[in-house]
Design a protein around this ligand. Structure first.
Ligand SMILES: O=P(O)(O)OC[C@H]1O[C@@H](O)[C@H](O)[C@@H](O)[C@@H]1O
Length: 315
């Protein structure tokens, strides 16, 4: 082969043309992934619009995903970021949602991929949009919760952060009430050296102690057993909730219009009882810090919309 001394330089180096984020649809149209030119990446399963993976430029995974998670649409995903809507847990006393399964139907429904957008000024960011509306639900789910709604879920990957934002619209003629939550499973090395700051002096409901109302001390949250608490942080959504390990901050979560933070680790026995939780000692390597609006009900009048978001910064 003849070597050309003046061969054209690669397109990526052409002035004015920055390399762009790559978006790929795979697994028989069931997953969408995106990667930045610098190497960061995310992967989303259309079932539940569940973020399965978030990696930094070196390929280091930030989310915990159970090795036993069902990714075939037969069960909500155990790990990543499942989306809770329109009920947190179950609500036997809230008539409109009392028949719904635990954490509602959004995490068990197939969403549509609506497309990507990139910021013109930067190749360092990509936003993927997903949609779910009453029309997408199967008949059984529509019977259980007969309201007309639209959900728009946007997942934005930057070099140093991941933002997940949900817009909920009432597209029907009658008001409805809902709860919602971004159920993020963070990957950590050892739960015994993890602390969560930003919840100091805040009221919480302790779900492992008869749902008693308690107040966090002025110390960060540390873990020595099953933990399942619904905090309403005293300093409000814009004050960061920081997950640190061995004294070093790893993740900082800033919320927008989501007043609550659920902190969950199942520990030994609960993990053993979950068929899709693998490996069984995986509870050591995960902690859920879940931004949401769950301690009360949000009411949406006809035509109104609610927007809530979290941005997770790598530290
Ligand atoms: O097993 P699921 O339905 O995914 O729920 C997991 C956990 O989700 C948390 O948000 C709840 O506070 C816990 O009570 C619950 O156990």
């Amino acid at each position: 082969m003849v070597d050309r001394p003046n061969k054209p330089s690669a397109l990526a180096a052409t002035p004015g043309l920055q390399p762009q984020a790559q978006v790929t649809i795979s697994h028989g149209n069931s997953r969408v992934s995106a990667s930045l030119p610098s190497g960061e990446s995310i992967e989303i399963l259309l079932y539940g619009a569940t973020v399965l993976s978030w990696k930094d430029a070196s390929g280091d995974e930030k989310l915990w995903l159970s090795e036993g998670a069902k990714l075939d649409g037969t069960k909500a995903v155990r790990g990543g970021i499942p989306l809770v809507f329109p009920v947190f847990g179950t609500a036997p006393d809230h008539e409109a949602t009392s028949k719904l399964p635990q954490h509602g139907f959004a995490r068990n429904s197939r969403w549509e991929f609506l497309g990507k957008s990139t910021s013109e000024s930067s190749s360092n960011s990509v936003k993927l949009d997903f949609g779910l509306s009453s029309e997408n639900l199967d008949e059984a789910a529509r019977q259980l919760w007969p309201y007309k709604f639209g959900l728009l879920y946007s997942v934005t990957l930057d070099r140093e952060s991941l933002k997940t934002a949900l817009v909920i619209t009432n597209e029907g003629d009658v008001p409805f009430e809902f709860q919602t939550l971004l159920h993020t499973y963070f990957r950590i090395k050892d739960i015994s050296s993890v602390q969560i700051a930003g919840l100091e002096d805040s009221p919480y409901v302790d779900k492992v102690d008869a749902a008693k109302a308690k107040t966090q001390s002025s110390d960060p949250v540390a873990f020595s057993g099953e933990t399942d608490r619904v905090y309403t942080p005293a300093k409000g959504p814009s004050h960061p909730v920081v997950i640190s390990e061995g004294g070093a901050a790893k993740f900082s979560i800033v919320r927008d219009n989501l007043d609550d933070v659920v902190v969950w680790n199942p520990w030994i026995d609960k993990a053993a009882g979950m068929g899709d939780f693998e490996p069984k000692d995986g509870w050591k390597n995960m902690v859920c810090a879940e931004a949401g609006a769950v301690s009360s009900w949000q009411k949406l009048e006809k035509g109104d919309a609610f927007e809530g978001a979290q941005t997770i910064y790598l530290k």
